[in-house]
Design a protein around this ligand. Structure first.
Ligand code: OMD
Ligand code: FE2
Length: 437
C-alpha cells in the first residue's frame, strides 16, 4: 500500500444534478462548442467524440449519448492484448445453478497492493455479456488506489455499492466520491480509476449487461416519491493533462484486455449529454410503505431498474431497505415467507436486516434463487409474531437487493469459498408447529 494515498482528504467536488437529463460541463471556458457537436475545428484544439450508450435509433425517451471534447481522441491507443482476468468471471456462466439458499461472510482481506480492479471477485450471474442481457454480481476488497491504469467495461454498466471505505472515482467526465451508503454508476465503456481515500475499500458491484438503469415508473404513487431525479449527481469536467504512461484495461466479452497509452485517457476538458456517471445517496430515498396493514412487496423500494423487453419484468432491479417506520396493524411486519420467480441477491451496507437475527452481516450476502423458499429466520419469526404492534422505527441498517429475471449461477469460486456459510439452511430449522384444528 502506498502510504501517501492513505487517508487522503477528498477534494471538494462540484456536481451536475439530475437523472437522464441533458448535462453540460466545461473545465475551461469556451471548450464546449455552441450550436453544434462537431465543428470543423473543435474549440481550444480539442478532439470531438461521441460515446453512445444506446443504438443511434432507439426512441428518444431511451436514447443515451454524450459528446466529449478531449485532448487526445480515445482512438489514440496501440493494440490491446489479453491479460488474465484474476477472479473476475463473466456470463454466460457454465456452472450448475443451485436451488439451495446460499449465504456468504465478507470477502477475506485483500493481498497487499490489491487495487479495485484486481480486487473484483465474481459471485455469479446470468444472461450473456455479449448478448447485452443479464447481469453479474461481484464483490471487491482493495487496499491500493489505481494510479497508472484506468478501467472500462464494454460488457455493461457498473453499479457500485461501497460497504467499507469510500471510492474517489476519476472518470472521463470528472470526479465522483462514493462513501458507504451511496451508490456510484459507471456507464458501459466509460474509463475510470478508483482511488481509495481511506486506504482500504470493500463493497459490491452489479455489472448490468442489459438496458441501462432508469428510475422506475411511479404509477399511482404520483409524480414524486422513491428516488428523486435531482438527487442523482453527475460530475463536472476535470481533466488530466499529464503525458504519463497509463495502462488502459478494457473488459470485452468476458475477458480483460490491456493497452498502454502515452497519456492519461481521462483528458476530457468539456462534455455534454445524457450518458453520464453518477452518484446517489441512498439515505435520500423516499421510503414508502403501508400505513394500514400488511407488508408491501419490496418493489416499492426500487431505486433503479434495468427493463427487459417485457413490460414490468426487470432484467435487474436495484432495491434498497433504508430506515423507515413500521406501523402496520395486525401485521407480521418483517419480510414474509415467500418463493419468488425472480432471483434475489442481498447485501448489507451496515447494521442489521429485519428478516435475519444473525448471520447476515455487513459485507456478506445471500442468494435466494428462483422459487427458493425463504423469509424470516426462526428467531425473527418468533419475535415478530409476538411483538406488540406499536409504531416502530427501523433505523439500524441499510440493506439492498439485486433482483433479477433469471436464476443466478454461483461461480465455482463462490461455491467453494471458505467464507461461504455451509449451514445457512439451519436458520429455518426449529420453526415450531403451531397448527390447531
Ligand atoms: O428479504 C428478502 O427476501 C427480500 C424481500 C423483502 C421483503 O420485504 C419482501 C420480499 C422479499 O423478497
Ligand atoms: Fe426474498
Amino acid at each position: 500500500m502506498n502510504g501517501e494515498q492513505v487517508r487522503r482528504t477528498v477534494p471538494e467536488l462540484t456536481h451536475s444534478p439530475g437523472f437522464g437529463n441533458e448535462h453540460s460541463s466545461e473545465a475551461v471556458a469556451g471548450a464546449l462548442p455552441i450550436g453544434r457537436n462537431s465543428p470543423q475545428r473543435a474549440p481550444l484544439g480539442l478532439y470531438a467524440e461521441q460515446l453512445s450508450g444506446t443504438a443511434f435509433t432507439e426512441p428518444r425517451a431511451h436514447n443515451r449519448r454524450s459528446w466529449l471534447y478531449r485532448i487526445h481522441p480515445s482512438a489514440a491507443h496501440p493494440a490491446f492484448t489479453r491479460i488474465p482476468s484474476g477472479r473476475l468471471r463473466s456470463a454466460p456462466f457454465h456452472e450448475v445453478a443451485d436451488p439451495n439458499r446460499l449465504r456468504w461472510n465478507p470477502l477475506p482481506e485483500p493481498a497487499p497492493g490489491t487495487d479495485f480492479l484486481d480486487g473484483l471477485w465474481t459471485l455469479g450471474g446470468n444472461g450473456d455479456a455479449s448478448r447485452r442481457t443479464g447481469s453479474a454480481i461481484h464483490l471487491y476488497a482493495a487496499d491500493a488506489s489505481m494510479t497508472d491504469r484506468v478501467f472500462s467495461d464494454s460488457d455493461g454498466e457498473l453499479l457500485i455499492v461501497p460497504e467499507r471505505g469510500s471510492l474517489l472515482l476519476h472518470t472521463e467526465f470528472g470526479r465522483l466520491h462514493a462513501p458507504p451508503g451511496h451508490i456510484a454508476l459507471i456507464p458501459r465503456g466509460v474509463r475510470f480509476r478508483a482511488e481509495l481515500p481511506e486506504g482500504t475499500a470493500r463493497g459490491y458491484v452489479l455489472e448490468n449487461y442489459g438496458r441501462p438503469f432508469v428510475l422506475p415508473d411511479l404509477g399511482p404513487i404520483g409524480a414524486n416519491g422513491l428516488a428523486a431525479p435531482r438527487d442523482f449527481l453527475a460530475p463536472t469536467a476535470t481533466y488530466e493533462e499529464e503525458d504519463r504512461e497509463t495502462e488502459v484495461v478494457s473488459k470485452f466479452c468476458g475477458n480483460l484486455w490491456s493497452a498502454r497509452c502515452t497519456h492519461s485517457p481521462l483528458d476530457v476538458v468539456a462534455w455534454h449529454g445524457n450518458l453520464v456517471p453518477y452518484v446517489y445517496d441512498l439515505r435520500r430515498f423516499n421510503v414508502l410503505g403501508s400505513i394500514s396493514y400488511d407488508h408491501p412487496d419490496p418493489s416499492i423500494f426500487t431505486v433503479l431498474t434495468s427493463p427487459s423487453d417485457t413490460p414490468g419484468l426487470a432484467n435487474v432491479d436495484f432495491v434498497v431497505f433504508a430506515p423507515r417506520w413500521l406501523v402496520g396493524e395486525d401485521t407480521f411486519r418483517p419480510p414474509y415467507f415467500h418463493r419468488n420467480v425472480m432471483s434475489e441477491y442481498m447485501g448489507l451496507v451496515e447494521g442489521a436486516y429485519d428478516a435475519k437475527a444473525e448471520g447476515f452481516v455487513p459485507g456478506g450476502g445471500s442468494l435466494h434463487n428462483m422459487m427458493s423458499a425463504h423469509g424470516p429466520d426462526r428467531e425473527t419469526f418468533d419475535r415478530a409474531s409476538a411483538a406488540e404492534l406499536a409504531p416502530a422505527k427501523i433505523d439500524d441498517g441499510l440493506a439492498f437487493m439485486f433482483e433479477t429475471r433469471w436464476p443466478v449461477a454461483a461461480t465455482e469460486q463462490a461455491m467453494s469459498a471458505d467464507h461461504r456459510q455451509q449451514s445457512y439452511d439451519d436458520v429455518w430449522q426449529g420453526l415450531q408447529r403451531h397448527f390447531r384444528s
